[in-house]
Design a protein around this ligand. Structure first.
Ligand SMILES: Nc1ncnc2c1ncn2[C@@H]1O[C@H](COP(=O)(O)OP(=O)(O)OP(=O)(O)O)[C@@H](O)[C@H]1O
Ligand SMILES: [Mg+2]
Length: 313
């Protein structure tokens, strides 16, 4: 929460007042090993009147802001910069990955109505949007890796073979798999042991279910579960499992969409996959100049714009 007197009440609220109040909201005591990554205003209050999304130009004498403050460990931030430095990449700022992801899979209208983005990659990142803004974000340390591990154990096969089997023959819904279909356990041709696709699905389904049940519980904890009119968007590599949206519909009781990055132009084959949602979203975030009120230098936009504008419609 931040609060400031409006500088020139007769002229209405200006950018100056906005900057000041957001600066105020950031004035929180943090341990030395943590730092602010984003300040996302969730509502403004003008002379006690709540629920204002854009106070610019309104008249009043006192401006308050309620904001979601995203904090990160300093060492994590430093490690990312160090790694990019070694790759010869100069980063102008960092973006919370689930926030970046939302820019490629959730339309502004969906964020307005209320939507949850569940990004199932190596781990699972959940973000909840309402009235156009990020309201909550959470990471569950369960994801695609665990599904592969389950397959490796269940079929007694090395991890890399389990991963290949998962991608080629996996399904998140046992009932959707045709009976009698099989695949070779090893990749040394068609001789050797064959395994039923149903058996494979019976290993995958409970783990996907577990991940989704955890995600649903986290969304419920935000108190916004009943106001997500735009439902749930599943994205990340694991969202490509056949049958996952049927399973998710049963668990969330909400409309489910698979999040393919949208608005891409031209040759898009490889990137038009839920696995690239975060990467595409990060670029779009830069293009839209959404660094506003986050700790990211505006100059990122100019660099990114030239490089990637041609990607988008
Ligand atoms: N077609 C597919 N069907 C099922 N799972 C898949 C498919 N393609 C990729 N995956 C799984 O998705 C996971 C990787 O997803 P993604 O690329 O979104 O992760 P990431 O963004 O690199 O990881 P994180 O977000 O956790 O840092 C892996 O476990 C991979 O096996
Ligand atoms: Mg990811």
């Amino acid at each position: 929460m931040g609060a400031v007197p409006v500088k020139k009440p007769t002229k209405g609220i200006t950018e100056y007042d906005l900057d000041k109040v957001i600066e105020q909201a950031q004035a929180i005591r943090l341990p030395n090993d943590e730092q602010i990554l984003h300040v996302i205003p969730t509502q403004f209050v003008v002379d006690g009147q709540k629920g204002i999304r854009n106070p610019l130009g309104l008249y009043g004498i006192r401006l308050e802001v309620e904001a979601l403050i995203v904090i990160s460990a300093v060492t994590a931030i430093e490690n990312i910069y160090r790694m990019l430095d070694r790759l010869g990449i100069k980063a102008r700022g960092l973006v919370l990955s689930s926030l970046a992801c939302s820019y490629s899979v959730a339309e502004p209208m969906e964020k307005d109505l209320g939507v949850a983005v569940v990004d199932i990659g190596g781990v699972t990142e959940i973000s909840v949007f309402k009235d156009g803004e990020l309201r909550a974000s959470k990471v569950i340390t369960l994801g695609g890796r665990h599904i592969t591990q389950d397959i490796a154990i269940g079929l007694r096969t090395p991890y890399h073979r389990a991963e290949a089997i998962k991608l080629a023959y996996g399904s998140a819904l046992v009932n959707a798999v045709v009976e009698d279909e099989t695949f070779p356990l090893m990749d040394n041709g068609s001789n050797g042991k064959h395994v039923s696709k149903r058996l494979l699905a019976s290993i995958i389904e409970p783990r996907v279910e577990e991940i989704l049940i955890h995600a649903e519980a986290e969304i419920r904890k935000t108190g916004l579960a009943d106001s997500l009119s735009a439902g749930v968007i599943l994205t990340g590599g694991t969202a490509q499992f056949p049958g996952i949206s049927v399973l998710a519909e049963q668990i969330f009781g909400l409309p489910i969409k698979i999040g393919y990055p949208f608005g891409l132009n031209g040759e898009q084959g490889a990137v038009r996959s839920p696995a690239y949602a975060t990467t595409v979203g990060l670029i779009r975030y830069g293009l839209e100049g959404k660094y506003l009120h986050s700790r990211i230098s505006p100059s990122i936009a100019t660099i990114v714009k030239e490089e990637f504008r041609k990607w988008f419609a």
